[in-house]
Design a binder for this molecule. Sequence first.
Ligand code: MGD
Ligand code: MGD
Ligand code: SF4
Ligand code: MO
Length: 725
Amino acid sequence: MPVENRVTYCRICEPMCGLIATVENERLISLRPDPDHPLSQGRACPKGIAFTDVQNDPDRVLTPLRRRADGQFEEVSWDTALDDIAGRLTAIIARHGGSAVGQYIGNPTAFGYAAGLWGGLLMARLGTKHLYSAGSQDINSRFVASKLLYGAISQLPFPDLPRTDFLLMLGANPLVSRGSAVRAPRIKDDLSAIVRRGGRVVVIDPRRTETARVYEHVAVRPDSDAWLLVSMLNVIFAEGLEDAAAIARQSTGAAALRALCAPFPPEATAQRTGLTPDLVRTLARDFATAPTATAYGRTGACLGHHGTLVSFLLDALTLVTGNLDRPGGTLMSHAVIPLEDMGERSGNLSYGKSRSRIGNLPDVNGTFPAAVMAEEITTPGAGQLRALFVQAGNPVLTVPNSDALEAAIQKLELLVSLDFYVTETNKYAHYVLPATTMLERDDLPTTFAACCPSVFVQTTEAVLEPYGQARAEWEVYADIARRMGLSLFATGPLQRLNPVLALLERKGLMNVTPRNLMSLLLRTGPYGDRFGLRRGGLNLSKLREHPHGMVLAEHAPTGVLEKVVRHPGGKVCLDPPEIVAEIGRLGTRVNDDPDFPLLAIGIREVRSQNSWMHNSPTLMKGDRKHRTRINPDDAVAAGIVDGGRVRITSRQGQIETDVVVTDEVGSGTIAVPHGWGHRGGWQLANSMPGANVNELTSSRPEDLETLAGMSVLNGVAVRIEAVTG
Ligand SMILES: Nc1nc2c(c(=O)[nH]1)N[C@H]1C(S)=C(S)[C@@H](COP(=O)(O)OP(=O)(O)OC[C@H]3O[C@@H](n4cnc5c(=O)[nH]c(N)nc54)[C@H](O)[C@@H]3O)O[C@H]1N2
Ligand SMILES: Nc1nc2c(c(=O)[nH]1)N[C@H]1C(S)=C(S)[C@@H](COP(=O)(O)OP(=O)(O)OC[C@H]3O[C@@H](n4cnc5c(=O)[nH]c(N)nc54)[C@H](O)[C@@H]3O)O[C@H]1N2
Ligand code: SF4
Ligand SMILES: [Mo]
């Protein structure tokens, strides 16, 4: 068979850059950036290119694996595995009810449409409440902020990078992460362009990151952003810099917000933030008086003790200065395939509709904080978690207090993982089921695709046949349901469509697949062809005629706020009681514990993707090691040298890593990458294991962020010692 080049796009992270796959005899030879992709225009990152190593990895799981009594895995057929899984589930549910079953959904799930949908359907059908995801270590605080502000939990406002004059970027490092909750595959160019046209990019980050180095850096203390933002609002209100017309038009509660910020002039928060009052005043004035401005935050905004409040205040700052929902400001997310919209309308995207058995924490989008998963497994009583599906996740490395989770999952009656690898998590699974890679499945972008400064859509076919016996996750869920004698459409997140779908399926008129469902949503969505009623509208065949994707509009729509906001009256709420209470807590919180005088934050590295790309020879080339960054002052005080070893201790646990002594972190801050501590079935990763930073982070419900139950992964109080000998 000749060598063929096939057009597709990357689904490792949010830019979803265009890729060209070179395939020979149904084997992947290489990946390269797609020069004809309208957004990425020939750009991709090392991870995307190195996905070839994952696709062809000799350590990849290509047959269903069953764990034997001695802990070793043996290969079994799909029929054997699925029959046994279905049988065990049926037995567990007969004894304990559907609430004994649960699912943890990892990050890669967000980059395909099918696995999340069908897994969700099966879980709903089984009647579980035990849904967990990487979101409680990532973005749930942002979602809750949107619920409070807009009444729409799925709303992800994002910066209008191509048109803004002032980007205030808080807790994001897009030169490494390539942008999150904003889809901009050439984000480096976008940021440079802001400066080139006379605008400013101000990076608020405790670390002088790759991004901070290129633009203006404000070195805030970890976990103090809430104080910084209330002070900026304080200045704006005190100096009359607010946009009264925009406030009146778009919001309610501004007077209350103003009163809440009154006790926090920059002088009152300087000690907390480490920033001089002058700097904060100037920053507030500059932001408010810029022709257009947008305040954007990502994981550094979401993962502290006040993640929901920080996300809330970023949008409040934008609104109060007249920059919300207008060109050059912050734009409202807008889906081409309105999956989230359906969830909002059916009420399935909930917040606080139910509470966790452990910790009494609110659900966010129907999921509970993954931090409590371990105790949900180990705590007896009604609703105890006994059977867990882990889909595209490695929670033993990515969820706080990982020691407890690692111990707990070994007590499960059934642990099933859908993955490509034997990981630190699923090495304890009863079954590891081989999933298809992004190149082995068709796709349509959802979720984060809605955060794009232009309106863009692309679909891809599978560019490779599944290797070995790899199977799409959704088919696995459908097959388990079938073996259990269940219809997936009798109940669940697609309720509103259910009666129709269920009927169509029963009558044999429609084989309900994720693809069919997405096609339906595309065609009935804002750009759809409405089955012929709208001329020039989209359907899947039309999308397939444009393999590199289609730009549907140069700019995302503005002036849509009223339509987006789901509060009665269509106005943004600036004083929800949850936020009032949370700002109240700022006055009293103290986090200074002399035993743990330093604050640890995270780092993302260009050649890592959370925990799962450390088995790629291409990415692990050179001197790759797990290293903690420590300021020279702190290093000297602890007797630690560059290249030496450090022991880091928190109230939760202790790890040791190699050290880089650098003033890119301020004194009092250390930075430790996550996603290391390897001892799974990935040989190369195991050979450079590093340590698992989540042994230091807490899963105690009282230590989680109050409003969203977010794990606190930045601003973790620690102490350091030199490791000698
Ligand atoms: N190469 C690479 N790219 C990735 C990933 C990866 O692992 N590697 N992961 C992907 C994923 S899952 C995500 S969610 C995105 C995340 O995308 P980003 O959030 O842009 O990525 P980070 O590099 O984690 O940036 C967070 C920044 O917040 C800073 N920070 C930490 N604590 C605080 C604080 O208290 N206040 C402030 N203001 N800043 C703080 C950190 O120093 C860091 O620079 O990246 C995605 N892209
Ligand atoms: N301390 C600390 N902890 C963190 C963070 C932090 O900044 N600091 N960041 C958090 C963030 S933002 C995130 S998103 C989470 C990530 O947390 P997780 O999602 O739990 O972990 P990942 O490392 O992304 O693991 C993804 C797993 O899915 C597999 N996989 C990859 N693609 C596919 C696929 O297409 N199908 C299937 N079935 N499997 C696939 C990989 O082999 C891997 O085992 O980590 C969080 N944890
Ligand atoms: S930036 Fe993300 S989407 Fe783009 S090539 Fe890299 S890993 Fe893939
Ligand atoms: Mo993430």
